[in-house]
Ligand binder design. Structure first.
Ligand SMILES: Nc1ncnc2[nH]cnc12
Ligand SMILES: [Zn+2]
Length: 349
């Protein structure tokens, strides 16, 4: 049992830095969009689709994730998908979200990249106006495709350069090490884009090293296999390289057999700047707060100090200005102060 009240965990302001927007597509919305767009699905009901969400590894998930994304065709589809995400994120007290999107998943099906970016951008603006949630886009290259395809995607996206703040690297990790994308990441850095990459989810610590040294990433997405390499742990801690950890994802994709075996407490104790994120919430059993609750529930080593640290790390690791971060920190301390008084019985709940 967690020592921190679930209500307090849910109330904490937090930033979400690892969410694939295509992974927020709930089965109900997949079916609604399939019908709206006349797309045939290989499942005859929402229940049948949900029943297929029994993954054995990353690839078994990706096959279904790309099938789900095939219903996205129009600007309105991307808008609707992102609005559904933002509404749930706002309920979870996410104050800021940096969204990954996978243009190649859509351009390969003939959807123009502008349709993708403009739908997501309209949703970002509407979410800011409606729920006060700030956000940014990070364009991800699919690592199972070639570096030439990544370059083409970058070129195609450049007319919308001011709509995204950075690039990332996702999809099938094993056999596709970061160094495969050395030149395109160098070009992105020259363009002033932030750079992040998935590494050490299924792949070995060597992939985290090359993400740092070859791609020169500012954050590592997942990174949990760093625990296997003491020198790497020291480097990540000394440089405060953030890890965007996704606990429910790691359990669903069998990186850990059970949440109680998750290495987040050890990573935090070693001084790594870990954050909690949902990855693909529609597929892995929940949004930000579901991740926070499941993690604290299964890992009694995590208490109030770690909750505060995880929220602070999410602010520190985000790509926003210092004044905005300071505002979020003040808000966090206010919520913590009220929450602790409620738990101690000095304030009515
Ligand atoms: N967890 C994950 N790892 C790699 N690529 C992804 N694309 C969507 N989710 C992903
Ligand atoms: Zn991911």
């Amino acid at each position: 049992m967690t020592t921190v009240s679930p209500a307090l965990l849910c109330a904490l302001p937090k930033a979400e830095l690892h969410i694939h927007i295509e992974g927020s597509l709930e089965p109900e919305l997949i079916f609604a969009l399939a019908q709206r767009n006349g797309v045939a699905l290989p499942y005859d009901s929402v229940e049948a689709l949900r029943a297929a969400y029994a993954f054995t590894d990353l690839q078994s998930f990706l096959d279904i994730y790309y099938a789900g994304a095939s219903v996205l065709l129009k600007e309105q589809d991307f808008f609707d998908m992102a609005m559904a995400y933002f509404e749930r994120a706002a309920q979870d007290n996410v104050v800021h979200a940096e969204l990954f999107f996978d243009p190649q998943t859509h351009t390969e099906r003939g959807v123009p990249i502008g349709v993708v970016i403009e739908g997501l951008t309209r949703a970002r603006r509407e979410a800011q106006a409606r729920w006060g949630i700030s956000s940014a886009l990070i364009l991800c290259f699919l690592r199972h495709l070639s570096q030439a395809s990544a370059f083409e995607t970058l070129e195609a996206a450049l007319p919308w350069r001011d709509h995204f703040i950075g690039v990332g690297l996702d999809s099938s990790e094993l056999g596709h090490p970061p160094e495969k994308f050395a030149e395109v990441f160098a070009r992105c850095r020259e363009l002033g884009l932030h750079v992040v990459a998935h590494a050490g989810e299924e792949g070995p610590p060597a992939y985290i090293w090359s993400a740092l040294e070859v791609l020169k990433v500012e954050r590592i997405d997942h990174g949990v296999r760093a625990i296997e390499d003491a020198a790497l742990m020291q480097r990540l801690a000394a440089e405060r390289v953030p890890l965007t950890v996704c606990p429910l994802s790691n359990v669903k994709l069998c990186v850990y057999p059970h949440m109680s075996q998750h290495q987040l407490p050890a990573l935090l104790a070693a001084g790594l700047a870990c954050t909690i994120n949902s990855d693909d919430p529609a597929y892995f059993g929940g949004t930000m707060n579901a991740n926070w609750l499941a993690t604290f529930e299964a890992l009694p080593q995590l208490g109030l100090a770690e909750a505060r640290k995880l929220a602070l790390n999410s602010f520190e690791a985000s790509f926003v200005d210092e004044a905005t971060k300071a505002g979020w920190r003040r808000k966090l301390e206010e919520v913590l102060a009220i929450g602790v008084e409620v738990v101690n019985g000095t304030k009515p709940g």
